[in-house]
Design a protein around this ligand. Structure first.
Ligand SMILES: Cc1cc2nc3c(=O)[nH]c(=O)nc-3n(C[C@H](O)[C@H](O)[C@H](O)COP(=O)(O)O)c2cc1C
Length: 276
């Protein structure tokens, strides 16, 4: 289904930002308003239970427009989102995403895909070559992620809760059947959106000095030291939130003890990707 095919000339529905053509950047009248963006970012927490309230089309299109305005590698715009509306299709996706009920229950579910289809169609139409390689795959993945994250920020700024669904990569052959993705369109992750029916606490992150370094990468001891402090923070956080789990470092160790989703490289290769 296509959405968003509406007049984009700037008049009409003021809730949906107009498609901008040759418009100069205008700073906000009050530069301190920019801090609101940072407040929205710092208030992020994934939401996994949603109210039933439907999401108005205007809000969706505002978020999509904001998503599209993310930077994109060489302006290739190598992404798309497939909105899954049919309840039966949503239900079919639950077991394919590792049994995540929110995929069926959230008012909005988007499958975020890398999309090189239009690039391939242009090449075919004009009789030119289309050369897939790892770089092309990475461009699509990076572009799709920036598109999605801009949408997340836009939704959260409108008071919605969101949750990414990496579980969409659990069974790509079946997901591909459901979404009918053609060659060159690669499901990367899902996104649930809706009005929150829960208020999860904000999950702390590593200290900033664990992720921003001056001039060169630090010694291993410094990296490990920064993790000790974070383990203590997360230990308290898990306890305060009634989550019975090993410390963060133990969880990470466990996570990478085995390979995950090992059939996916082959699936993406079969769907028109190349990792050369
Ligand atoms: C690419 C990606 C995939 C994710 N997949 C899932 C998922 O399948 N199910 C889920 O409940 N949360 C998923 N999450 C949410 C993360 O678990 C969550 O962002 C992380 O634990 C940090 O918590 P916070 O978002 O509340 O700060 C995903 C997040 C990302 C970025």
């Amino acid at each position: 289904m296509m959405i968003g095919r509406r007049p984009t000339g700037g008049s009409g529905d003021s809730a949906i930002p107009a498609y901008r053509v040759n418009v100069a950047f205008t700073p906000p009248r009050d530069p301190s308003l920019m801090t609101d963006v940072i407040d929205v970012l710092l208030a992020h927490r994934s939401v996994r239970r949603f109210k039933d309230d439907p999401i108005p089309e205007e809000d969706l299109l505002r978020a999509v427009r904001a998503g599209q305005q993310a930077a994109t590698s060489s302006n290739i715009q190598g992404y798309c989102a497939i909105r899954v509306t049919d309840p039966a299709t949503r239900a079919a996706l639950v077991p394919l995403t590792g049994g995540q009920a929110k995929v069926a229950e959230s008012p909005l579910f988007l499958a975020i895909c890398g999309d090189t289809r239009r690039h391939r169609l242009l090449a075919a139409r004009d009789g030119g070559d289309y050369q897939p390689n790892l770089e092309g795959f990475m461009l699509a993945m990076i572009d799709a992620t920036l598109f999605a994250q801009n949408m997340v920020i836009a939704f959260e700024s409108m008071g919605y809760g969101t949750c990414y669904i990496g579980g969409l990569r659990e069974d790509l052959p079946a997901v591909h059947e459901v979404l009918q993705t053609p060659e060159g369109v690669w499901p990367f992750f899902g996104l649930c959106v809706g009005r929150p029916a829960q208020e999860p606490r904000i999950r702390p992150r590593l200290e900033t000095d664990a992720v921003i370094f001056d001039d060169h990468y630090p010694a291993d001891e410094e990296i490990l030291a920064s993790i000790d402090g974070y383990d203590r923070v997360m230990h308290d956080w898990y306890r305060d939130n009634g989550i019975d789990t090993p410390d963060w470092s133990a969880r990470i160790r466990r996570h990478f003890q085995e390979k995950h989703r090992t059939r996916n490289a082959a699936w993406y290769l079969g769907a028109g990707a190349s990792f050369d």
